[in-house]
Design a protein around this ligand. Structure first.
Ligand SMILES: NC(=O)c1ccc[n+]([C@@H]2O[C@H](COP(=O)([O-])OP(=O)(O)OC[C@H]3O[C@@H](n4cnc5c(N)ncnc54)[C@H](OP(=O)(O)O)[C@@H]3O)[C@@H](O)[C@H]2O)c1
Length: 437
């Protein structure tokens, strides 16, 4: 039987774009069998069409004009792989309005414009697929959307940023401090010259918006997500956590709190050393999902890299082709929820209870520990364990306290009071503890 030909246009001939073309070429038989169609790349748009890429292509299909692809009536699928917010956002919206199905790997656009992108796809009866936007080749989007479709998702714990996971792992394993592991990450190409998007937690927050919006069938607004990065974490904290039976990870956490409220946040977290997430090291990503029927599920793999991301992009192209062949593309629920979905009510972090790891740096003199304990007690915070280390330089001692569950706003009030005490010499480090259930 002669297969139907489906024409696609790729915007962005960089790392992922080139890998996607190579995979479609190398695995053509498998890809086209699964797609039920012959897939032809009609055009590739990039700002630079002269530099040699990882794959060679017919020069006649290269263009610098992305709109040429979007306006081409023969093209059914636009694959957006340029990254950044603009003009990627404009290209995605224009393509959907022109009746094209869209595949994108762009977490920044999706986190910022989730509602607009989904509503535009729905209004135009076209599909938007976004598997590579979180965890690259790890099939977490399909898992949440389809594989776990029968479940109410109770919680998600994600290690979704490889840069910070590499840095935290190396601090512990290589006995190096933050500045050194950051330099190593930059040398290896895992961190940008300006690493703030990764180390401040924003990359993880963007990905969490996507995961939680799909998991909870509601629009999670990036502005409602509490975000804290890893720049205050030292190698000593990693070691202290280890001695207490924990590992520190930058976790992207989303929980259904009941009553239509959700808890969605990104911050360094102590998790038990025997939890599955604790063994996800270096640049690897992992997502631990608890469904009410499925129970806990863990996905693990390379959360970055051209081939890994392109694996997800090509799989999205295959899904859309199959649906085009079956006459249902844009009609089956490939759009992640109904148009006009509710905004998710995100609980303010001040109203959430946590166990805490606290590191105080105080003068080594009688009564200091008792005064810290008194402030915690006055704020209704009970202590679970205390470790007082030997004097640091300048007669200061680090005091590590773990607490029982306490309300975040009480903890903030207590820490403000403690940090103002003349015997307390540095800002107290506060890290939340999670069991990961
Ligand atoms: N690489 C990964 O490991 C990975 C993993 C998961 C998801 N992703 C996502 O995949 C997407 C692509 O990433 P990538 O690593 O392939 O990026 P990349 O290597 O920088 O490639 C992007 C390409 O698009 C070009 N471009 C930028 N603006 C354009 C425009 N207006 N019109 C035409 N071409 C334009 C760029 O040209 P210039 O270089 O000249 O600007 C570059 O050649 C991003 O959304 C990224 O977040 C990447």
């Amino acid at each position: 039987m002669v297969k139907r030909e489906i024409k696609i246009g790729i915007i962005g001939f960089g790392t992922v774009g080139a890998s996607a073309i190579r995979i479609m070429r190398d695995n053509a038989h498998k890809v086209e069998t699964r797609a039920g169609a012959k897939i032809t790349v009609k055009y590739i748009a990039d700002k630079d069409i002269t530099t040699e890429r990882k794959v060679s292509v017919d020069k006649n299909i290269l263009t610098t004009d992305a709109m040429k692809l979007i306006n081409d009536p023969e093209i059914d699928i636009i694959v957006e792989l340029i990254g950044g917010v603009e003009p990627a956002h404009k290209f995605i919206i224009e393509a959907l309005k022109k009746g094209k199905h869209v595949v994108t790997a762009n977490k920044a656009v999706l986190a910022k414009y989730w509602e607009e992108v989904m509503d535009t796809a729905k209004e135009n009866n076209v599909a938007i697929y976004l598997e590579a936007s979180v965890g690259a080749g790890i099939p977490v989007i399909q898992s949440l959307h389809d594989g776990l479709a029968a479940n109410n998702i109770k919680s998600i714990y994600g290690i979704v940023n490889g840069t910070t996971n590499y840095m935290l792992t190396r601090m512990l394993e290589d006995k190096k401090d933050y500045a050194e592991v950051l330099k190593d990450a930059q040398k290896l190409g895992y961190a940008e010259a300006d690493p703030s998007y990764d180390v401040d937690g924003m990359d993880a927050a963007n990905k969490l918006v996507i995961l939680s919006s799909i998991a909870f069938d509601a629009v999670v607004d990036l502005k409602d997500v509490y975000v804290e990065g890893i720049s205050n974490i030292t190698r000593k904290d990693m070691l202290e956590a280890k001695s207490l039976g924990y590992v520190i990870k930058l976790l992207a956490i989303a929980k259904d709190c009941g009553n239509g409220q959700y808890d969605v946040r990104v911050h360094p977290t102590l998790i038990p050393a025997d939890h599955q997430m604790a063994s996800i090291d270096d640049v690897y990503n992992g997502i631990f999902i608890v469904g009410d029927a499925s129970g806990p599920i863990m996905l693990y793999g390379q959360g970055a890299g051209g081939d890994s991301a392109a694996s997800a992009v090509v799989s999205d192209i295959i899904y859309i082709c199959r649906n085009i062949v079956n006459g249902v593309a844009g009609k089956v629920p490939s759009v992640f929820f109904e148009k006009g979905a509710d905004k998710a009510k995100i609980r303010n972090i001040d109203e959430i209870d946590f166990r805490y790891y606290l590191k105080f740096t105080a003068l080594d003199q009688p009564g200091v520990l008792a005064s810290i304990a008194a402030v915690l007690g006055n704020n209704g915070i009970s202590i679970s364990s205390v470790v007082q280390r030997e004097q640091d330089e300048g007669k200061k001692v680090p005091v590590i306290i773990t607490t029982d569950k306490a309300r975040e706003k009480s903890m903030r009030a207590a820490i403000a009071e403690i940090d103002a005490m003349p015997t307390v010499k540095s800002k107290t480090l506060v890290i939340r503890i999670e069991k990961g259930e």
